[in-house]
Design a binder for this molecule. Structure first.
Ligand code: GLU
Length: 422
């Protein structure tokens, strides 16, 4: 029996590591080096807000420099602390390793509630934070490349890029200092929805696994499954809309900061998002059972096939894991299920699709953005050059194996993908 207690996020992440480490067969010293965080930079800087000086607390943690640059988002939240950014940077290292993108893990955090600041103040804070990272060499296309995370988006990434460029006007690779930028500022199409889309693909794959579905007593396929979403930020809203539109999933419950709603007959996610944009709350959405702000954690216990925690860490722990009624938990957020919570869920036969696999779509598309920034080429041209090289190799092979010489004209046609004249 596991006692209910509150453990730190970092302890929880490290306990997952300790459970997996013996299976690797690696040397103990090496495992210790993989586990520890290589460096954390803590900053306090002043910003003038409404005529008064505010001291802002911020961090950037680089968990592993084994591969460089290091990579990971920047979070704006009141909950930011050193333990949290180190835990999140650690998860980034494992995530990058799982999807094999050549980055070490990093994460940044600014301890503010971004919804309490004007756009102009957020820009001031973001630019100042970036300046501090530049001063201490915690950012750069070859050093450490931030991206959006909870409370930030393409707007903040554009400010970071612009600040960096102002410091290094002669760096031709400056655009690669940050990813998740707007498309018209050296970003790539698809990055905004990439994490949610990846979450959808991961859930769909799990639902197509016959053995798993038989074990859970569920029908094969994602279509018709019921889903509950915690958090309608970037990841939660794209996971929900793509699951409904492309997976024919029925969304039955949703929670946000103001509370939670449930309707076993289904909630149209597009209508709900429009409703919230217009009324500022999901609680006035018609025909749903309502749970106020202090009861919003009930969302974790809603009846459904798939529960998608898409907000913050430590949402399912030893205190509530026994009450979860979902059969699958899809970790769209980073670290929503604690190690204690996971042990209880495993005992109960609930399947957890882990964050470091499931939400890796964001950093995967970030990798393509970074590559594009460094290559200074449009994707089409990059692909064309790749194809031409491959065709050239094929022609060389044909010549070598047949002993025949292909004319320059035919060679050119083949390499450029045109028709072959014999
Ligand atoms: N913040 C995202 C994550 O947690 C994206 C990181 C990135 O693109 O570097 O995976």
């Amino acid at each position: 029996m596991i006692m209910a207690k509150n453990v730190s996020f970092l302890d929880s992440v490290n306990r997952y590591f300790d459970a997996a480490a013996p299976h690797t067969g690696l040397d103990e010293g090496l495992l210790k080096q993989i586990k520890v965080c290589n460096g954390v930079y803590q900053i306090h800087f002043p910003v003038m807000v409404d005529g008064k000086v505010q001291v802002i607390e911020a961090y950037r943690a680089q968990h592993s420099n084994h591969r460089s640059p290091t990579k990971g988002g920047i979070r704006y939240s009141n909950h930011v602390n050193q333990d949290e950014v180190v835990a999140l940077a650690t998860l980034m290292s494992y995530k990058c390793a799982i999807v094999d993108v050549p980055f070490g893990g990093a994460k940044g955090g600014v301890k503010i509630n971004p919804w309490e600041y004007s756009e102009a103040d957020l820009e001031k804070i973001t630019r100042r934070y970036t300046t501090e990272l530049i001063r201490h060499k915690f950012i750069g296309p070859a050093i450490d490349v931030p991206a959006p995370d909870y409370g930030t988006g393409s707007r903040e990434m554009a400010w970071i890029y612009d600040t960096y460029r102002a410091f290094y006007p002669d760096d031709i690779n400056a655009a690669g200092c940050v990813t998740g930028k707007p498309v018209n500022q050296n970003g790539v199409r698809g990055r905004t929805e990439a994490t949610g889309r990846g979450v959808f693909y991961g859930i769909r794959e799990a639902c197509n696994n016959k053995e798993l579905m038989d074990k859970l007593g569920l029908e094969m396929g994602i279509e018709g499954k019921t889903m509950v979403i915690q958090g309608l930020g970037n990841v939660g809203s794209y996971t929900a809309t793509i699951s409904q539109d492309e997976g024919e999933v029925k969304i039955v419950g949703v929670s946000e900061v103001e509370g939670a709603i449930y309707n076993a007959d289904g909630i149209d996610i597009h209508a709900l998002l429009r409703h919230r944009a217009h009324h500022g709350s999901i609680l006035s959405y018609p025909d749903a059972r309502i749970y106020g702000k202090d009861k919003r954690r009930a969302v974790m216990e809603f009846e459904c096939d798939i529960l998608v925690p898409a907000a913050l860490e430590n949402q399912i722990d030893a205190n509530n894991a026994a009450n979860v009624r979902a059969k699958i938990i899809a970790e769209a957020a980073n670290g929503p299920v604690t190690a204690d919570g996971a042990a209880i869920l495993a005992e109960r036969g609930v399947v957890v699709i882990p964050d470091i696999y499931l939400n890796a779509g964001g950093v995967t598309v970030s990798y393509f953005e970074w590559l594009k920034n460094l290559s200074h080429m449009r994707f089409g041209r990059l692909e064309k050059r790749f194809d031409e090289r491959a065709y050239r190799r094929i022609v060389d092979q044909i010549e070598a194996t047949t002993g025949k010489v292909i004319s320059d004209r035919d060679r050119e046609l083949i390499v450029r993908g045109g028709p072959l004249h014999t």
